[in-house]
Design a protein around this ligand. Structure first.
Ligand code: BGC
Length: 762
């Protein structure tokens, strides 16, 4: 094997590639056009080489031992390595070696793979490594563990989402990992769904805005910059809408809902340059997304104009057989997926799909055009990421990895996410010098701050926890001294441990801080049968309430677990989501007032599991037993969150009395900080279509802005909208606008709003 660079034109080089006994081949390496380079390589590839590019295997497939074996080093298996990386020249790899590798170890792993693929394969094409950076570069030792996405959504701060994306990219690239299987822009409409923590919540507009900011922050101006990663939007489409709320459950999504709610976040992220899309493992209307040509080829690649790489989710070709039962043969399942428009198959364990595809192309069951489309997209991304020239990065070039600067950004993210849901008689901030009982399953656990995808898949293992990070208990002790603190675990996730002990200690406490929540989990292990917070944890709160001491309830959870019965016993409630590694500090700083909370709920928090509707329901959904329309009574509404200061909204004005055609409308409101400390407020603008040919939503978020105000300071917030904002999916399943009356609602949550109605004519 040899590699000779010839300077042919000033900016054009040729790589000569060849193997013993083969003709020498050449492809254009450095021209200004990536498309020329891609075509040049494509022209040289054998069918098997092309199909090899379409395979994404799991790293453990080339390591010693069985795939899921626990390991403490990434020891490559020579035979498997030769087969996957060299003989089949696989295009992509994902996953971890099943232990927590640091940047130096990752460098060695990726270098070994890239050196082989770039020196010992005929075409010397680098491998594209993808990884689940769900909340920070969570599979790299020493990286910052950010709050989960649901908490980012609760900041309602686009800059924070962008910053999370940027730092995650940087820390991922420090480990030579250039492709991030994130963000998750599923619309989480079923509160039972176990991956709500990984999502931006229930609202298509909030998801679009926060998702797009994350994409821009991650990918930056150019992927050539070795601090940026390509992202992979997921999961296309409807994963968060499973009918029974279980992982990968069938979703029923009529076409108008698909277009109205589920596609817009993808549309926006694609317009903003997203480079990858992962297909959802579930079925929608009984049709598995992985075999849905209409969704992938017609809508995603066609209507939404997606030009990047479409990858399947883990083992989903096999799931077409085992889980979806749409075929009994792997060959057929592979054909369905490729013909539906999937470019890369995440087939973690074996290579058989390559052989099937080669055979099916030869037999014309899959067209060569389809293969060329897939391979071009993959090669293009590799060029965009500059992998041909820089297939791995030296960790030493990333001095900010895990730095104080990144830790500070992490703390700020948690600080802006925490959402104050109740504060009776201003019990918070807590006064110092008082006796505090700290109790509950989540009080002294780093895992409960970090959630799933934290060093390990489920995030339940304590062995990789960073001892320098503070649990909620540690942070409170640091703040007020351990002499003032009593700690009793109380319960574990579902069972009583020593509730009686906690109750007896409550007697002498001035405050009781109870930290409850749900065990970190994702995918199948995160399935639940009821939304209620486990009984043992609720009982702890109930028993603690006997002394009528102020109870501060801290919630550590992804989903909104039902707390109806214990809510009245709590004087204050803090929703902390999974706030990440700096979450203990941030929670304590909110409790003691160093941070003035400014998070707002990114979903409707239901009071009853049998009445879990999104805030953008139809009027018919909330008809009550008295024939009225009072059937919407969540525990806390979408967009809700208190502050230690207060804000007053006034001068709500619209610059026209009516509007028509493409007129722009300026909508403004004045917001004043009427309290005595600086605070941040999220100004939210909603639209209510009064009458429409398709039953209109109760309201829809159409703009928001987070502002900071000092005491007594006022600011006028102005939003510009036009007829595009009035559009909805009509009877023909296309976006339409209708003349009529529209109500604009502006305020600090989806329920506390000022309203103004205006007429629009087409
Ligand atoms: C998950 C994806 C993830 C993939 C790779 C799948 O099981 O559904 O979200 O990106 O695994 O780890």
């Amino acid at each position: 094997m040899k590699k000779i660079f010839l300077s042919v034109l000033p900016l054009v080089y040729i790589i000569i590639v060849g193997c013993k006994g083969q003709n020498k081949l050449a492809y254009t390496m450095q021209t200004s056009s990536i498309d020329v380079k891609v075509d040049s390589i494509l022209g040289l590839m054998t069918l098997k080489e092309k199909v090899g590019q379409m395979l994404n295997i799991g790293l453990p497939s080339v390591l010693k031992g069985d795939y899921w074996d626990a390991r403490d080093s990434a020891s490559f298996d020579d035979k498997k390595f030769q087969k996957f990386i060299v003989d089949y020249a696989v295009g992509s790899i994902h996953n971890t070696p099943q232990y927590l590798a640091g940047t130096d170890e990752w460098y060695q792993i990726v270098k070994k793979i890239q050196d082989a693929s770039m020196n010992h394969t005929r075409l010397k094409i680098p491998v594209l490594y993808g990884i689940d950076n769900i909340h920070g570069a969570n599979f790299i030792k020493g990286s910052v563990l950010f709050p989960h996405q649901i908490a980012l959504a609760a900041t309602w701060n686009r800059e924070i989402s962008a910053m999370n994306g940027k730092i995650t990219s940087y820390e991922s690239r420090a480990a030579s990992l250039p492709w991030n299987f994130n963000p998750n822009i599923d619309v989480a409409i079923n509160p039972l769904w176990g991956r709500i923590s990984e999502s931006f919540g229930e609202d298509p507009y909030l998801i679009s805005e926060m998702g797009s900011a994350y994409v821009k922050g991650s990918q930056g101006e150019s992927l050539k910059n070795p601090e940026n990663t390509a992202i992979c939007l997921k999961h296309f489409v409807g994963y968060g809408a499973g009918r029974n709320g279980k992982d990968r459950a069938n979703a029923l999504i009529p076409e108008n809902s698909l277009r109205q709610y589920f596609l817009p976040p993808f549309k926006k992220a694609i317009e903003d340059g997203a480079k990858g899309v992962m297909i959802s493992s579930n079925a929608v209307n009984g049709i598995p997304c992985h075999s849905n040509k209409h969704y992938i080829t017609d809508i995603l690649k066609g209507e939404l104009g997606f030009k990047g790489v479409v990858i399947s989710d883990f083992s989903d070709v096999e799931f077409l057989i085992e889980m979806h039962e749409v075929t009994a043969s792997k060959r057929e399942a592979t054909k369905m997926a490729v013909n539906a428009g999937i470019d890369m198959l995440m087939n973690p364990y074996d290579i058989d799909v390559v052989d099937y595809i080669v055979d099916m192309v030869e037999k014309k069951e899959i067209s060569m055009e389809r293969i060329d489309d897939a391979v071009s997209r993959i090669l293009k991304l590799k060029f965009e990421l500059n992998l041909f020239e820089k297939p791995y990065n030296n960790p030493k070039d990333y001095p900010d990895f895990g730095s104080e600067k990144h830790i500070a950004a992490n703390y700020n993210s948690a600080a802006e996410a925490i959402t104050l849901l109740k504060n009776k008689e201003a019990v918070l901030p807590l006064k110092k010098g008082k006796k505090i009982l700290v109790t509950g399953y989540a009080a002294n656990s780093l895992n409960m701050l970090n959630g799933a995808w934290s060093r390990t898949f489920l995030g339940q293992d304590t062995k990789y926890n960073d001892p320098s990070k503070l649990t909620i208990l540690n942070a409170i002790e640091k703040e007020v001294g351990s002499n003032n603190i009593e700690y009793v675990e109380g319960t574990n996730y579902t069972e009583d441990v020593n509730t009686a002990d906690a109750v007896s200690k409550a007697k002498n406490a001035d405050y009781i801080v109870v930290c409850v929540g749900e065990m970190p989990a994702t995918e199948k292990p995160s399935d639940i049968n009821e939304l209620d917070l486990p009984q043992a944890q609720q009982d702890l709160v109930k028993k603690l309430s006997v002394y009528k001491k102020p109870i501060i309830l801290v919630l550590l959870q992804g989903r909104p677990r039902i707390i109806r019965e214990i809510e009245p016993m709590a004087d204050a409630i803090l929703m902390a989501y999974y706030p990440g590694e700096e979450g203990g500090r941030a929670i304590s700083d909110v409790l003691f007032g160093t941070i003035n909370p400014s998070g707002k709920l990114p979903y409707t928090y239901p009071k009853y599991s049998g009445n879990a509707v999104t805030y953008y329901h139809k009027k018919a959904d909330i008809r009550d037993v008295n024939w009225g329309y009072d059937g919407f009574y969540p525990q806390f509404e979408f967009g809700f969150g208190l502050s230690y200061t207060s804000f007053e909204y006034s001068n709500f004005s619209i610059d026209k009395d009516s509007f028509k055609g493409n007129d722009a409308l300026k909508i403004s409101v004045s917001v004043k900080n009427t309290g005595n400390r600086e605070g941040k407020e999220v100004v939210q603008l909603y639209l209510k279509d009064i009458v429409a040919s398709v039953a209109p939503d109760s309201k829809r978020l159409i703009r928001f802005e987070k502002i900071t105000l000092k005491p007594n300071q006022s600011q006028t917030v102005e939003f510009t909208i036009d007829s595009n904002d009035l559009k909805f999916i009509g009877m023909e399943n296309t976006w339409i606008v209708e003349s009529g009356d529209f109500e604009f609602q502006i305020g600090s949550s989806s329920q506390e709003v000022l309203k103004k109605q205006i007429n629009y004519k087409q």
